[in-house]
Write a protein that binds this ligand. Structure first.
Ligand SMILES: *Cc1c(COP(=O)(O)O)cnc(C)c1O
Length: 434
């Protein structure tokens, strides 16, 4: 009898979320993934130390670079995503900022959509420009000509989200990936709201996927974690990325050309940025993530089924002006949802209320099952007023472009009984003054 499920990527998603990337025989046959709570590892002998530091041998020296608990998480994520390699970092923003720094240097540009997560937008708009990396935003994320207009010789990537926040907009990933490849640049997708269970952007041509694993992957609102997954196969030596050419020359003889050809993005991210900017993920947090991922598919099914029921209820309520959820037939992204989200377009939605900001305040005061929180992707249901929280400080014009009005509430639908969630929202909405 030989346990082999850990290395069989042909197994189904739910089987892999329990087994992929962890071989107990290498860890005293501990069935749970051990937490290697140490700051460093013994180097062994003189020659081995050199091999670890020139990366000709896989292994661990200092935990900021890598450690065995995080390695299991990284292998599991790569398997679930259908990618070649993954890297775990201390937060979603660490994953995204390190990705931007890896792809672009001073003088370069990144093309992105307007509907980005607030932190990602701030990076591209306010932080990275001070270091010479500039974000260029497309006018209409569903019009491919809009992307063409802002792509220049300096553009090094297109960056989108698979489900926008909070408008739940869906982008035609395949079309944008084709456009990126026409220009010799990669498509990077923040797939946080979807998770690899509902959507795997690599299947539609994306090259890099970023996660705030804090949300559904962790699943229980306990841990801040980020991840980057590489599909493998993008040609980083096509003349547009001198930093990768330099890296390739430096490491081709030790890491090996074959490996670098497939994993250049994550290798450089680890060796250059994780190592020296230090956005390390603690092995204990990696363990919590692995626990969460064990039930990912089960939770996502419940999340999506509940979200559909709640959205249908909200659409019929007289105090609700509109519901943004692509699972609704009336939603402008419904056709794209059918193509990209056959298992359901996630469980986050935003609604607009007829009674303006005062109605939004009343709903927040009256809900008793939903929690008033800025987080999303918890097993518990959460609600927030975006304009005064996640999108605080943005101009009215800027936030309305992202679908955030004074009367907008964002809901993250949990896995409670749908009937209880609907009753809670009904009570809160019914109590809005006429
Ligand atoms: C939360 C979130 C982030 C940031 O992740 P952290 O783990 O909080 O750093 C990035 N993108 C999206 C879509 C998010 O929801």
């Amino acid at each position: 009898m030989s346990y082999e499920a850990y290395k069989n990527n042909q197994l189904g998603f739910t089987t892999r979320q329990l087994h992929a990337g962890y071989n107990p025989a290498e860890h005293y046959r501990s069935k749970a993934v051990p937490i290697y709570q140490t700051a460093a590892f013994e180097l062994g002998d003189f020659e081995r130390c050199i091999r670890l530091f020139d990366y000709s041998e896989e292994g661990h020296s200092y935990v900021r670079f890598s450690n065995p608990t995080n390695t299991v998480l990284e292998r599991r994520l790569a398997s679930l995503e259908g990618g070649i390699e993954a890297i775990a970092l201390g937060s979603g923003m660490a994953a995204i900022s390190n990705t931007f720094l890896n792809i672009a240097k001073s003088g370069d540009e990144i093309v992105a959509v307007n509907t980005l997560y607030g932190g990602s937008r701030t990076l591209l708009n306010n932080i990275l420009p001070d270091y010479g990396i500039v974000g260029r935003f497309v006018d209409d994320e569903n019009d491919i000509e809009s992307y063409r207009k802002v792509i220049t010789e300096k553009t090094k990537a297109i960056y989108i989200e698979s489900l926008g926040n909070p408008g739940m907009n869906i982008i035609d990933i395949e079309a944008v990936a084709n456009l990126a490849h026409e220009h010799g640049i990669p498509l990077i997708v923040d797939n946080t709201f979807a998770t690899p269970y509902l959507l795997r952007p690599f299947e539609y041509g994306a090259d890099i996927v970023c996660y705030s694993a804090t949300k559904y992957l962790a699943g229980h609102g306990t841990t801040i974690v980020g991840a980057v997954v590489e599909k493998g196969g993008f040609n980083w030596l096509n003349g547009k990325f001198p930093q990768f050419e330099k890296f390739y020359d430096e490491y081709k003889d030790t890491i090996g050309k074959d490996i670098l050809d497939k994993t250049m993005f994550t290798k450089r991210l680890r060796i250059r940025y994780l190592t020296d900017l230090g956005a390390h993920l603690s092995p204990t947090s990696a363990f919590y993530l692995l626990q969460g991922i064990e039930t990912l598919s089960l939770r996502m099914r419940e999340h999506a089924a509940n979200a559909q029921k709640v959205a249908e209820f909200l659409e019929g309520h007289p105090k609700v002006l509109s519901v943004a959820y692509p699972g609704l037939k009336s939603n402008k992204y419904h056709e794209l949802a059918k193509k990209y989200f056959p298992k359901g377009p996630g469980a986050i939605m935003s609604i607009r209320l007829k009674g303006g900001i005062e109605a939004a305040r009343k709903v927040l005061e009256e809900v008793k099952v939903f929690d008033y929180m800025v987080n999303v992707g918890d097993a518990k249901s959460l609600i927030v007023h975006s304009a005064t929280s996640t999108h605080f400080g943005q101009s009215k014009e800027e936030r309305e472009k992202a679908g955030v009005y004074d009367d907008t509430l964002r809901l993250s639908i949990g896995i409670e009984e749908a009937e209880d969630l609907i009753a809670d929202l009904k009570h809160a909405l019914d109590s809005i003054d006429e």
